[in-house]
Design a protein around this ligand. Structure first.
Ligand code: CIR
Length: 253
């Protein structure tokens, strides 16, 4: 899918107060801003018009905008994020998206994080995780089915979100950690399997025929080079400290 826009949000000074399971120490605010700016530059370099939202007071994870919506060519579905402290992040993203799409929203008891949703053409792979429940997946599936799309759920037993581990690197090609490589729902796709010690590189982003990958994963880079697409490496160290990465930092559509 060709993207024309992205929505991002600048990290706030309180980013270290966000949720994390990583034992990598607190993120550095100034360094995070530099990494964020490089990320926005990379998206612009892929010919996207980028809307930059202001930090959201009281929501230290709000720059991980991907979790707040699922944007398809037909509709934007505003999520009900699975983590209680993140639920208030959605209204300002919904306002920004109204300029581009009709919107719908996931209703309780359904919960869903955008990080669990991978769109492969007209098929949606939806991870069931600590953040996304079966009812949230069903509501998203119902919303996209109105536009002729199909969907399947996949249990996320490893990693925070499904897309922490599996992402599109081509129309029919996935980059995946070994955990998900043999899953029947992925069997129809060509799969590039990451070495276990490079699992974080599973969070690689395909934007308009360019791959944006986290810096420092040479084995995965070598595998991706076989696809013949240009590759940009970005340092994501400060976002990794908060369980985040490249896909989480934007909504692309
Ligand atoms: C969280 O735990 O919600 C944030 N600290 C990280 C969210 C990362 N989002 C993503 O992978 N889509």
């Amino acid at each position: 899918m060709r993207f024309t826009h992205a929505i991002v949000r600048r990290p706030g000074k309180d980013l270290a107060a966000g949720i994390t399971t990583a034992a990598l120490g607190p993120p550095d605010y100034v360094k995070a801003l530099e990494q964020f700016d490089a990320y926005v530059t990379a998206l612009k370099g892929c010919n996207l018009a980028v809307t930059v939202l202001d930090p959201l007071d009281g929501y230290p994870d709000a720059h991980f905008v991907e979790d707040t919506a699922v944007v398809t060519p037909d509709i934007a579905v505003i999520t009900n994020p699975g983590a209680e402290p993140r639920k208030g992040e959605t209204p300002s993203v919904a306002s920004a998206l109204k300029a581009f799409r009709t919107t719908a929203s996931i209703q309780p008891p359904g919960t869903l994080d955008g990080g669990d949703v991978l769109m492969m053409g007209t098929h949606f792979l939806i991870g069931l995780s600590d953040r996304t429940n079966a009812e949230g997946a069903r509501q998203l599936g119902h919303a996209v089915a109105q536009f002729g799309c199909t969907w399947t759920t996949i249990d996320v037993a490893a990693g925070l979100h499904f897309k922490s581990s599996v992402n599109a690197v081509g129309e029919e090609t996935l980059l995946t950690t070994p955990d998900f490589a043999g899953h029947p729902a992925l069997a129809v796709y060509r799969r590039i399997v990451i070495a276990p010690h490079e699992a974080y590189a599973g969070n690689t982003l395909l934007v308009n025929s360019r791959l944006i990958m986290p810096a420092g994963f040479p084995d995965t880079r070598a595998k991706l080079q076989t696809l013949g697409l240009p590759i940009t490496e970005l340092d994501t160290s400060e976002f990794r400290k908060m369980d985040g990465g490249l896909t989480c930092l934007s909504l692309r559509f």
